[in-house]
Write a protein that binds this ligand. Sequence first.
Ligand code: DP6
Length: 380
Amino acid sequence: MYEATVSAPVNIACIKYWGKRDTKLILPTNSSLSVTLDQDHLRSTTTSRVDESFEKGDRLWLNGKEETVKEDGRLGVCIKELRNWRKIEEDKNSSLPKLSQWPLRIASYNNFPTAAGLASSASGLAALVASLAKLYELPQSPSELSLIARQGSGSACRSLFGGYVAWREGSKEDGSDSLAEQVASREDWPEMRALICVVSDLKKGTSSTSGMQRTVETSTLLKERLNIVPGRMEEISKTIKSKDFENFAKITMKDSNSFHSVCLDTSPPIFYLNDVSKSIIQVIEELNRSSGEIIAAYTFDAGPNAVIYSLEKNIGKVLGVINKFFPQAEESKDPFKTKSEDLPESFNQNVVRQGGWEKGSVKSLIHTRVGDGPRTLGKE
Ligand code: DP6
């Protein structure tokens, strides 16, 4: 039996992917850019095994529960393509064992509750692709592997890299140039922190997959957004390379708001933000105003949970305001044991809408930071 175990990180986009020009190949209507989060804290781990003696047919378990692998489904397509790449190597070198002909057994786990409302598909699919690539000893680069992960779930292609990652939309019909690449490594800007505010752990009402297609079909505002995003991609890449947090934050918040605006412009409209999410926006805007500089950026994916980016030196202030206005219901995860700092003196508490939420409406916080790409693990 041959076996490989790989873990892959979660990523949270600053420039959002929202819309496909090809739903089968998963080709996006715009490029996107994300920060990879530290897999010491949040990760998916996948073990893949292959053996001649396994009963026919591939089998897969997600968090201990068996899922059916449909041949033409997203997972099936990823497995098929990686198998083809292995086959090419076996054809080139006849001494290689014929792993491509043997059935697979794949088990994947998230170390965070899927119910935390965090995108588990990105880290899960990236871990699956990276573990099969390792098992099959494929020579392909992470960017080439991202072409496959993309077909499992668009945002998964960005989880094949650490640091700051762009997914280039590409222009070719076959999708061969729609891939992820690293803009900067974790080491280039290691001070980046992320505070995840878990507002709701309920499954989202409208999935990203169906929501984004409804937007493509019905939103006129999306066309405007698609004109603006290329400029934002260029600018945010510059801010990352020059470690310019203020402008990084401005673009991140603008793009999150632009994404939720096109959701509202969809028919029927899609609401991902709730009152608590909106209050978090107000609190962060006021924190930035009263600090006299932009020290925090909020961003929201397809749900009400906030991710707040801030630099190490300012994260105590961010925690201070969040703890003051959103006392959590459950214990939070903070491996850094950061001390909350007091509100800035000029913080105007009146701008924070009172009564729109109750104590405990933020369930918990997860404090993490920028992280590295997939890791190959020994036997666990
Ligand atoms: C709002 O990657 O989950 O998180 O390609 O259909 O699987 P599919 O969609 P998915 O969409 C993610 C949307 C987003 C923005 C982002 O991560 O860029």
